[in-house]
Design a protein around this ligand. Structure first.
Ligand SMILES: [Zn+2]
Length: 398
């Protein structure tokens, strides 16, 4: 099955199946760390995702509509780095949120600049070290006197930033920052200590270019000072591009949300994953890791993926600056965990197929996997149980 021909539900089912498979591996890893500690362990939220119930709920409901199915009442881990199901949900919702912000800006005459910032790192530098460096470097750029001046001039009125990682590349894991900067309709320039509006388009353009270059210089010199003299190179360390149209700006949102190759809408099915020359997105690595375990019983990649998940724990993929919401207004303030929940109200036209106790749901998920259960609900409706017993328990993880 090629990915281009996969329906949205097939891709969704594939994500559920990936999570079901990873669940057992994480369970095994946690068990080996803490014998008997069912509710403990470093991968607790990931392995309970979709299986445990939301606190206070006694039942899980299965619904279906138009070739889709949903389990309402099960808890979601909200991990945009480790969980294929939550990553897709959260990023999809963030995409809408950012699209809304970008449109608001365009409607009010603001402009958008797309920025990519990378740091140079020594081979073998861990994801955790890179994460810390990227966060600190970005903070240095967006705080302090220079940042204040950029806000006052309108060159960077606010930012939306995402951190992305490419894994298994030629130089090991590599993180970078994608950002959208909000630029005022017309920049202000400092003239004899006082701000005035740019007198011409040329002056406005120059002021923006100067501000972006100064920001890039600060990024690179910060790295040089804080990363053992490793100055990012001029070609890749700092890139910026002014959106020429609203459509451009919209495309940038996709880059911020999906990073390089993390396209939720085009997620790869396992058989489609090929080794990219430049490394993999986290979810591509997970797909490869699962294939390694299934085909050869080889846990090497899965362990690498698990280390990545631990190193990115709690890190929000996308952050909207307060200065930006001050200008354009608030957007959805829900956390990733909240966004990852299945909606309590699924909207019109959903058929309630079953209401089951949480205990029974846990047992069913452990035996069959959420992907298989929801697929039975899609195909057989109220006959889902009979369909599951016909299929028998899913082949267990190695
Ligand atoms: Zn999850």
């Amino acid at each position: 099955m090629s990915d281009a021909s996969a329906t949205p539900w097939e891709r969704s089912k594939n994500r559920h199946s990936m999570r079901d498979f990873a669940r057992r591996l994480w369970w095994a890893l946690d068990q080996s760390k803490e014998p008997g500690g069912e509710e403990q362990g470093r991968f607790r939220s990931l392995r309970l995702c979709g299986m445990s119930s939301i606190p206070g709920r006694a039942t899980v409901e299965l619904h279906r509509k138009d070739g889709r199915a949903a389990a309402v009442g099960a808890v979601s881990c909200g991990s945009t780095w480790g969980c294929p199901v939550c990553a897709a949900r959260v990023r999809d919702k963030r995409r809408h949120e950012l699209q809304e912000l970008v449109s608001r800006g365009v409607e009010q005459g603001y402009r958008w600049v797309f920025i990519t910032g990378t740091l140079k790192h020594e081979r073998g530098q861990s994801v955790a070290q890179q994460r810390a460096a990227l966060q600190a470097g970005w903070k240095a750029l967006t705080s302090g006197k220079q940042a204040q001046e950029r806000r006052e001039s309108g060159a960077v009125a606010g930012t939306i930033r995402a951190i992305e990682f490419t894994l298994e590349g030629p130089a090991g894991p590599h993180g970078h920052v994608h950002a959208l900067a909000l630029v005022a309709p017309k920049l202000r320039v400092k003239d004899g200590g006082a701000w005035r509006e740019a007198a011409s388009d040329e002056e406005d353009e120059r002021a923006l270019s100067d501000a972006m270059e100064a920001m890039g210089e600060r990024w690179k010199s910060w790295a040089e000072r804080n990363m053992d003299g490793l100055r990012p190179d001029d070609a890749h360390g700092w890139k910026w591009e002014l959106a020429e149209s609203a459509k451009d700006a919209g495309n940038y949102v996709a880059k911020v949300v999906d990073g390089d190759g993390w396209t939720v809408a085009h997620e790869l099915t396992r058989s489609d994953v090929k080794r990219g020359k430049g490394g993999q997105s986290p979810m591509e690595l997970l797909a490869l890791a699962i294939a390694d375990v299934q085909e050869h019983g080889d846990m090497t990649r899965f362990m690498r993926f698990s280390e990545f998940v631990l190193a990115t724990k709690g890190m929000r993929a996308i952050v909207v600056s307060r200065s930006l919401t001050d200008v354009l207004g608030k957007v959805d303030a829900r956390t990733d965990e909240e966004l990852a929940q299945e909606p309590e109200v699924l909207g019109d036209g959903w058929e309630l197929v079953a209401v089951i106790t949480v205990q029974e749901w846990r047992a069913l998920v452990w035996e069959h996997g959420v992907g298989t259960i929801l697929d039975a609900v899609v195909r057989c409706g109220k006959g889902w149980r009979a369909d599951l017993s016909r299929a028998g328990p899913e082949k267990r993880a190695a």
